[in-house]
Design a protein around this ligand. Structure first.
Ligand SMILES: O=C(CO)[C@H](O)[C@H](O)COP(=O)(O)O
Length: 267
């Protein structure tokens, strides 16, 4: 984002103060994500593991970076297989030279662990995911894993989902059903439903790794005890492939922009 609006010329400087602040805050945010990603790997990647899920987004990049760094010290990593949640994480695994396996080889509970990012986390460790449109495969990999570790920065933490993530719950839908599902979601109580656009990179709707569309549906702030029920209601709508509501994180690593990484554990 920075690159698109800051003029690089040193002579041009009305925005210099803003620019400096912005640069520092991005660097600080990345340092927080990195600290959390590294700590999650150091604490949870056991040498005995065989199959490890890798989530999507900018934070898991640091998890993969740490796994690659540890290969010499922990040679067992070379005989593990890493299972992606979409094309982005597939590319991360391949670029890091880590052994790759696809999720279609696995069923529930067969992966040892998955490390993934999240868009928002509530007080009971429920998460909204799918900011990058990967929620279906993220949930599939999550459901095939014995443990789900979320890694986020501190801007993602809320009491209730919908407090900070105002874009809405990402819902993957079969393209031919997008209109019907949008109306259904409004009937279910969504105040705003948007068909996600491909933005500057693609004319028309964004298309997921599974060739589907995404509807972002805002349901206001969702009390933690309502998350599972809302997830079920959305899933029942014909045309819905998967929702971005996740209610099974075991631990959340929160990279703090000031202070050490905090760890929240499901009680
Ligand atoms: O759910 C996701 C993609 O579908 C991501 O994990 C989520 O959007 C968080 O991404 P980031 O780490 O870049 O903030």
């Amino acid at each position: 984002m920075l690159r698109t609006w800051v003029r690089p010329s040193a002579a041009y400087n009305p925005l210099a103060t803003v620019r400096k602040k912005f640069v520092i805050s991005i660097a600080t945010m990345n340092a927080a994500k990195q600290a959390a990603g590294y700590k999650a790997i150091d604490n949870h990647l056991l040498p005995s593991f065989k199959y490890v899920g890798i989530g999507s987004g900018s934070t898991v990049v640091y998890c993969v970076e740490r796994i690659a760094q540890l290969r010499e010290k922990v040679p067992e990593i070379n005989s593990m297989y890493f299972v992606p949640t979409g094309y982005q994480s597939r590319q991360l695994i391949v670029d890091a030279g880590l052994p790759l396996m696809e999720i279609d080889q696995f069923s529930a509970g067969e992966l040892d662990i998955v490390f993934d990012g999240a868009d928002e986390v509530d007080s009971q460790l429920n998460c909204i995911k799918g900011g990058g449109g990967c929620q279906f495969q993220e949930k599939l990999v999550g459901k095939c894993s014995k443990k789900f570790i979320a890694v986020v920065d501190d801007s993602k933490i809320s009491q209730r989902l919908g407090e900070h993530w105002l874009q809405g719950i990402p819902i993957e839908v079969v393209p031919s059903a997008h209109k019907k599902v949008a109306v259904d979601l409004k009937r279910l109580g969504a105040s705003k439903v948007t068909l996600r656009s491909g933005g500057k990179s693609k004319a028309g709707p964004m298309v997921t790794d599974n060739a589907n569309f995404v509807l972002d549906a805002y349901f206001g702030e969702i009390a933690p005890e309502r998350v599972a029920e809302l997830d079920r209601s959305i899933k029942l709508l014909v045309g819905v492939v998967e929702t971005g509501l996740f209610d099974y994180a075991d631990e959340v690593y929160i990279g703090r922009t000031s202070g050490p990484t905090e760890i929240l554990t499901r009680k």
